[in-house]
Ligand binder design. Structure first.
Ligand code: C5P
Length: 196
């Protein structure tokens, strides 16, 4: 075994960074190990682990008006790393791994006293609306964007459902940049109504 991972490509996050820049925002993009070009004018910080992402996001989050958590962060990591290759032991007994929980970046940002407007993502395989509503409450954020993970990972298009305390709104199937622009416009409208 060489690794355990998921199939998230980072495309939605990069599309949102680009859409936000086009809308006039100054954007910091904290990116995991993905092979995507940095949108021009966007400050990119590359990280490899959930802990590194937490360490990169937390000190700067309050300096931003909006935090959009698109990364498919692993909930668990191996409790111990081996410096050496774990060899087959000849008796065909699979090694077992102890896992430990990663910090929840979105929940931590949402707890900051001067927190930005926080937008969470919910990539689900089923019962999207139900899980998105649960996430809204559990993470204590004003907006959660749901999508059906397996249908969109690595693809150019997506369909979103925006869930807030009042209800939900569907953004039908479109390419990710189109959806990102719609999402950014929606966030901008909410920020405007908050400051009105
Ligand atoms: O249910 P789950 O914790 O996976 O919620 C997904 C949302 O939380 C996404 O917005 C994801 O970016 C964020 N998340 C996070 N840190 C984690 C796990 C998820 O910020 N360790």
């Amino acid at each position: 075994m060489r690794g355990i991972t998921n199939l998230s490509s980072g495309m939605m996050g990069f599309a949102i960074a680009r859409a936000a820049r086009d809308a006039g925002a100054q954007v910091t993009l904290v990116a995991g190990p993905v092979h995507l070009p940095t949108p021009r004018g966007v400050v990119r910080v590359d990280v490899r682990s959930a802990q590194q992402m937490y360490d990169a996001v937390l000190p700067v989050a309050a300096r931003h008006d909006v935090f959009v958590a698109t990364a498919a962060v692993a909930d668990w990591r191996p409790a111990r790393l081996s410096d050496e290759k774990i060899k087959k032991n000849g008796n065909r007994v699979a090694p077992s791994f102890e896992l430990t929980e990663n910090p929840d970046i979105l929940a931590a940002v949402a707890k900051l006293p001067d927190r930005p407007f926080c937008v969470g993502f919910a990539a689900e395989s089923h019962d999207l609306l139900k899980h998105a509503r649960e996430k809204l409450a559990r993470k204590n954020v004003p907006l959660v964007v749901g999508n059906l993970g397996p249908a969109t990972f690595g693809r150019d298009d997506n369909a979103l459902v925006l869930v807030d305390a009042d209800g939900h709104r569907e953004l039908p199937q479109a390419d990710k940049l189109t959806l990102a622009r719609q999402l950014v416009a929606e966030i901008a409208a909410r920020l405007a109504s908050l400051s009105a």
